[in-house]
Write a protein that binds this ligand. Structure first.
Ligand code: PEP
Ligand code: MN
Length: 336
């Protein structure tokens, strides 16, 4: 349920209403918009008398929210959430580009790629230390050592780092990681999501291979309900009957998630396509449709990459893409 307050509602009356609601075992989420202040209620609201609340002096309107996601719901929080990472504001209308290899392979590799993507305009560095691989015989990542090397690359370039957690037991290793990624395969690892709700870092939550928008938003809700409101939603391609591309980029996810939620939306064209030459057109489509950020795989030698080489851009191709994206970003500004 949401309670829309009248403009200039006196603070004393608002405090009284808030206490009255809390006494009824409800959590009260306060959202200050440009034209409206909204109280979002979480808990069992069925016993509340809507007509009684509507008659209160400071109340403009009361509405029931049908969707099961509350904190992540745009009706609870009409303004876009802006997630801050270092000096970056993700979700403020601009475009953030996160780039780096699928996996951290060596200090030389991660530092080389980090310096190059930074020079091209990326403002966050990605790199997997713990890798969810379909085969147990495939490269599983450098694990703790991978995190250490990412931190070296961060020290060298100043780029904040984004890396995937696969299990709660790894949490201590992530203390200095700037953005914690939850991969597609872990989107519904609810115990992990609850723990991440207690972390101070923003969470990049990837959509599962066969999950709906509502399921993705319910996973975001797990993190938010435990106290971490800095969640970014990532569309990285879903399973469809098409096999030509690795997955199918669901570009409708951008306007759909932005309608349903106030959280920033990130597009991962690399895992969606699985083919490096499609990364550029999909990135442009994502920018044109309003994505807040892109996360792109870039490798210093894709042919020899230990993971996802076929979808990785060379450092030169990434540089070209960043130059080409500028026109799309400018066009988006003009259309605002
Ligand atoms: C990755 O980012 O390298 C990755 C494994 O992503 P996803 O969970 O989307 O497959
Ligand atoms: Mn990958």
């Amino acid at each position: 349920m949401i309670i829309i307050l009248k403009k200039d509602a006196p603070a004393s009356q608002l405090d009284m209403l808030t206490s009255w609601l809390k006494e009824r075992n409800l959590q009260v989420h306060h959202s200050e918009g440009t034209s409206q202040t909204i109280l979002g209620l979480i808990g069992n609201t069925h016993h509340l008398d809507i007509d009684l609340i509507k008659q209160m002096e400071i109340v403009e309107d009361v509405k029931r929210i049908q969707e099961p996601f509350k904190n992540a719901n745009r009706k609870f929080h009409p303004l876009d959430t802006v997630v801050k990472v270092g000096t970056q504001n993700i979700g403020d209308g601009g475009l953030t580009v996160i780039a780096g290899p699928c996996s951290v392979e060596s200090e030389e590799q991660i530092v080389t790629v980090a310096r190059s993507v930074k020079a091209s305009g990326a403002t966050l560095l990605r790199g997997g230390a713990f890798k969810p691989r379909t085969s147990p015989y495939a490269f599983q990542g450098l694990r703790d050592e991978g995190i250490r090397l990412l931190l070296e690359a961060k020290k060298d370039t100043g780029l904040p780092i984004v890396t995937e957690i696969m299990d709660i037991s790894q949490l201590d290793l992530f203390a200095e990681v700037d953005v914690i990624q939850v991969g597609a395969r872990n989107m519904q690892n609810f115990e992990l999501l609850k723990q991440l709700g207690h972390c101070k870092q923003p969470i990049l939550l990837k959509r599962g291979l066969a999950n709906t928008y509502q399921e993705l938003l319910m996973s975001a809700e797990y993190i938010m309900a435990s106290g971490n409101e800095n969640v970014m939603l990532c569309e990285r391609g879903i399973r469809t009957f098409e096999t030509y591309t690795r997955n199918t980029l669901d570009i409708s996810a951008v306007p759909s998630l932005k309608t349903l939620s106030h959280l920033p939306v990130v597009i991962d064209p690399s895992h969606a396509a699985g083919i490096s030459r499609f990364v550029s057109p999909l990135s442009k489509a994502a920018v044109a449709i309003g994505a807040d950020a892109l996360i792109i795989e870039v490798h210093n030698n894709p042919a020899c990459a230990l993971c996802d080489g076929a979808q990785s851009l060379t450092m030169e191709a990434f540089d070209r893409l960043m130059k080409e994206l500028k026109g799309f970003v400018d066009a988006r500004e003009l259309c605002k």
